[in-house]
Design a protein around this ligand. Structure first.
Ligand SMILES: *Cc1c(COP(=O)(O)O)cnc(C)c1O
Length: 396
């Protein structure tokens, strides 16, 4: 029997049903000819601000630039330290280093994959200016303890919510809890655009003003520069197209959560877990000591939007071959997409050789154990079953 192919992501399946509306948006922009900022961008900004419950939403050129702009608006630069998790997408750390500030890598929680407040607390020095919690794979970092640390030490908080548009912590939208929230419209994100794009959110009027000025080379009025900014603008065409998808984002997240629930139930027999209490994350499932497969879980305070469904296949430090590499091969051979997010933590990246060594054993463990499988909203029941069958076969 030939198995059903399952790509890691199927953008056409998501965009095709909206083709007529997307073409109409394109035609509208072609007609009015305002290609930079303008009404298309302000319309998307208002809609996104309302959706998230943020006072200000600022359309920017990418999620990476949202991070850069947030750090610039907070005057972070040489001599400053910014703490971020070692386990994330590169942009989180790259933005800090590009401004001449020092990224300081904290370890993460093995249950929710996010910044561990205990690790953060140990890394604070008089030079620490900000924290960047990342809401990795669509689930919130433990914000209450992180905000408490930030308050105690006078630190700014920039949420990297690139993978978490529409996700929430105790019912509050991610990206609206810290000083800034940074989102990405990269096509593979939950609210994916048609090229690069991003969004910066804040509830602070002065910070919003400053970020808007920095977005256009620091000029206000035009050609008068009190600040050195850059070109961080979102294209009008991109805004118009993303505006078509925005009203559907909750439906996409709902479908992803359905897929996650299906996987969790179907794969549960392969992954024995015991109830546990994470010091910061609260009630969780602790993997059995001899577990060969650990399933991702939603912590009770979180609304998870499942940007990724990430398995863990435990492996000792000195493993000759990593079980997750074997599973990846097994799935790929059956035409099933699977990807490693992320294989190398920041503190072991060559470009950060110049920094003092960091202690991040959980990040190192995750880097050798994780494998993400297809979770996109348009997966068909046959495709989900094909994934479950192939994973089950691997562990048989
Ligand atoms: C995608 C991503 C970014 C960067 O977003 P781009 O729009 O690709 O620049 C930043 N942080 C995280 C965690 C991401 O997943």
């Amino acid at each position: 029997m030939k198995s059903t192919p399952v790509p890691l992501l199927d953008l056409a399946a998501q965009n095709h049903p909206l083709a007529a509306e997307l073409r109409a948006a394109f035609d509208r922009v072609l007609e009015h000819g305002i290609f930079i900022l303008g009404g298309e961008v302000t319309d998307l900004e208002s809609a996104a601000a309302e959706t998230l419950g943020a006072k200000h939403a600022i359309g920017v050129s990418s999620g990476t630039d949202a991070l850069l702009l947030a750090l610039m608006a907070l005057d972070i630069g040489p001599g400053d330290e910014v703490i971020c998790p070692s386990f994330s997408f590169f942009a989180t750390a790259g933005a800090i280093a590009r401004l001449g500030a020092t990224p300081v890598f904290a370890d993460v929680c093995p249950l929710c994959f996010n910044l561990d407040p205990e690790s953060v607390a140990q890394l604070i020095t008089p030079k620490t200016k900000a924290l960047i919690p990342v809401h990795l794979f669509g689930q919130s970092a433990p914000m209450d303890p992180l905000i408490a640390i930030a308050r105690d030490h006078g630190l700014k908080v920039i949420e990297d919510a690139a993978q978490a548009f529409g996700a929430a912590y105790h019912g509050k939208a991610l990206g609206t809890i810290g000083d800034f929230g940074c989102f990405s419209f990269f096509p593979s994100k939950n609210l994916g655009g048609f090229g690069d794009g991003g969004l910066l959110t804040t509830n602070d009027d002065a910070l919003a003003d400053k970020a808007r000025i920095l977005r256009v080379h620091g000029s206000k009025p035009k050609y008068y520069h009190s600040l050195i900014g850059g070109n961080f603008r979102l294209d009008a065409l991109q805004a118009a197209l993303i505006g078509v998808k925005l009203p559907h984002h909750a439906q996409y997240s709902y479908a992803r959560a359905e897929n996650a629930a299906y996987y969790r139930e179907a794969l549960a027999p392969l992954a024995q877990a015991a109830a546990s209490q994470c010091a910061h994350c609260g009630p969780a499932e602790k993997p059995a000591a001899n577990a060969r497969l650990i399933l991702p879980q939603t912590l009770p305070q979180n609304t998870h939007i499942w940007n990724q469904f990430t398995l863990r296949l435990p492996a000792p430090k000195d493993a000759a071959e990593l079980p997750r590499d074997q599973l990846k091969k097994h799935l790929n051979a059956r035409d099933i997409g699977a990807e490693i997010y992320y294989p190398v933590p920041f503190h072991l990246q060559k470009c950060f050789d110049y920094l003092p060594p960091a202690e991040c054993p959980v990040s190192e463990m995750l880097a050798r154990e994780v494998l993400s499988i297809p979770i996109y909203p348009e997966l068909t029941p046959d495709q989900r079953d094909a994934v479950v069958t192939a994973v089950t076969e691997f562990f048989a």
